[in-house]
Design a protein. Structure first.
Length: 578
């Protein structure tokens, strides 16, 4: 992605605006101070020192004085001295943020800060246990306690740091600081990236910084330093928009959760399916490096839609030859058609299909023009030409499934299809994603008994009971739970027991192995809590009541002990009386 810099016209307009507000630049009698820290990174340290020298050259060319604390001299004491009174602080080295794969706890004595040398005698060695120490958020804030790490208490004590008022913190090529994961790890999700930038920016902003930047882009740090030093009356928001690699279409903006009046920007950069977060900003958008404020209008990134449900589920097998595929989105989208939602065979050739979009449920549906082939693996693809109504592109999404191969592949596949009996009344059918979450729902009221055909009978992830996959009629492509009101013709409807009953003392029910979900309901029958667990073998539990909660279809047991104590489990042929 080519860097997008702030247009000259925008900067000129900003300067004109400043003149109309009679903003007077601060006196330039004292040159600004820039502190550059290079932590030990083993064999990579020379690269960081070279990059740091480029930053130093840019700072000196802009009239600043530079204090260097490069490995192996980057001990806590030397770094504190370099940072003292600094207007800009740049850190290059190992990052250690949170969330991370190393700990489920945010150990603030060693995260959100700087990886430094323990002593000046170990070269650039970055052994976490012997030669390098992470002086984290608590060290910067001067709040280490006796309960913090021994290395942090030994090598990082004596804070807080004392930069100049309204200083700027810049992290360059430090993992976690812009939201990104380490190279070997899975790219960050939006929520993880947001947490990382929030946590990493907190100590700087808490210590009075006007802005926090984190960049993994080439020349990101020297260009930021040059812009900040040469434009003391430019709002930090304009500076952030001019950062190397900035792209509004990839940006997400939030209020900073911990610092009043501050904003937080993160940017996913890279391919739509594997990109990570390489540019982060946090701070006061309308504040300038000089400390004045200038009116600033924050740009609004386009909303980015997400796929929140898919059917068939990724990796599903035993899928019907007449499956109707579906995808549900997090918001209204446009651009749904046969080119942007495709079904592909094993050779990745696109197959004819009709594609429709439901703007009420944000759901796209794909119906193949011909039955699929047993035993073949097919791929569904949603392209980036699908966008939010504001123009934000959907990340390209693909997933595969296998059409069932008869009894050998799925012993609950009906061949030929089985005729279903629908008793008169209300029937509700569902489509689910891989996690068992509902994609869509359809209800029909029958005034007389009816019928349709099913291709599959099975249990579903996170859903109790047995389910039937319908391949004809109004419920084509949907699952319905088997019950006394819906069953396969010629079969005896499952014996579900009495309609309503209470037991004192409690009686036992059988719970078959598999995944089950229990619910708690309010007075109107709306779920207010749920608990899902998987049983590796048949089990049981005590129940006190069998009833139909208000607003629910079917009967539920009220469990009194075990995993689902206090929850209702739906009665079915896998949750039943002995």
């Amino acid at each position: 992605m080519l860097p997008r810099r702030t247009p000259i016209a925008l900067i000129a307009a900003q300067l004109i605006l400043m003149s109309t507000l009679n903003v007077i630049p601060a006196a330039a009698s004292v040159a600004p101070k820039v502190a550059i820290i290079v932590g030990p990174t083993g064999g990579q340290t020379d690269f960081y020192r070279n990059d740091a020298d480029e930053v130093a050259a840019a700072a000196e060319a802009a009239g600043a004085t530079v204090a260097r604390a490069y490995s192996p001299e980057a001990t806590w004491a030397n770094v504190m001295a370099a940072v003292d009174g600094a207007n800009i602080v740049i850190y290059m080295g190992h990052g250690n943020g949170f969330p991370s794969p190393y700990s489920s706890t945010e150990n603030r004595d060693r995260v959100n800060g700087w990886g430094l040398n323990r002593t000046t005698t170990n070269g650039d060695s970055d052994n976490w246990s012997t030669t390098m120490v992470y002086c984290g958020e608590k060290a910067l804030l001067g709040s280490l306690t006796s309960s913090d790490g021994a290395a942090q208490r030994t090598y990082c004590s004596g804070g807080p740091i004392h930069p100049a008022p309204n200083w700027v913190m810049i992290y360059a090529h430090a993992c976690y600081a812009p939201g990104a994961s380490e190279g070997w790890d899975t790219p960050a999700t939006e929520s993880v990236a947001l947490q990382r930038v929030r946590n990493y920016s907190y100590p700087a902003l808490q210590l009075g910084a006007g802005a926090y930047f984190a960049t993994d882009f080439g020349n990101g740090a020297p260009d930021l330093v040059d812009t900040i030093l040469r434009n003391p009356e430019m709002p930090f928001g304009v500076i952030a928009e001019g950062a190397n690699g900035y792209d509004l279409s990839d940006q997400r903006h939030f209020d900073h959760p911990d610092i009043a009046g501050a904003r937080l920007w993160i940017q996913n950069t890279g391919s739509p399916t594997s990109g990570d977060y390489y540019l982060g900003f946090a701070g006061h958008l309308d504040r300038t490096p000089s400390g004045s404020t200038v009116p600033y209008t924050e740009p609004t990134p386009p909303a980015i839609p997400e796929v929140v449900g898919r059917y068939p589920a990724p990796g599903a097998s035993g899928v019907s030859t007449t499956v109707v595929a579906a995808a549900r989105f997090s918001m209204p989208v446009s651009g749904i058609n046969a080119d942007t939602f495709q079904l592909r065979d094993a050779s990745q050739a696109s197959l004819p299909a009709s594609v429709t979009y439901d703007p009420i449920q944000f759901r796209a549906t794909l119906k193949p023009a011909a039955p699929l082939v047993e035993g073949v693996t097919y791929t569904l693809r949603l392209s980036g030409a699908i966008t939010s109504l504001e123009g934000g592109p959907l990340p390209v999404t693909t997933w595969s499934f296998q059409v069932g191969g008869g009894a050998a592949t799925d012993p609950m596949t009906f061949n030929p299809w089985a005729r279903l009996v629908f008793k008169r009344g209300t029937h509700t059918a569902y489509q689910f994603d891989a996690a068992g979450a509902m994609l869509s729902r359809k209800s029909i009221v029958l005034t007389a008994d009816s019928s349709a055909y099913a291709a599959v009978r099975r249990t579903l992830v996170n859903q109790s009971g047995s389910w039937l996959y319908v391949v004809s009629g109004a419920f084509t492509g949907y699952w319905l739970r088997e019950s006394p009101a819906l069953y396969v013709s010629g079969w005896t409807p499952p014996a579900f027991g009495p309609a309503d009953q209470a037991w004192s003392p409690a009686t036992r029910v059988v719970i078959r192995k598999g995944t089950h979900t229990g619910y708690r309901f309010d007075a109107n029958g709306l779920p207010i809590a749920s608990k899902t667990a998987s049983l590796g073998a048949d089990s049981g539990a005590s129940v006190s009541t069998l009833s139909t909660p208000a607003g629910q279809y079917g009967r539920f047991f009220l469990v009194t002990n075990g995993i689902w104590a206090g929850y209702w489990l739906r009665q079915s042929d896998v949750v039943r009386l002995p």
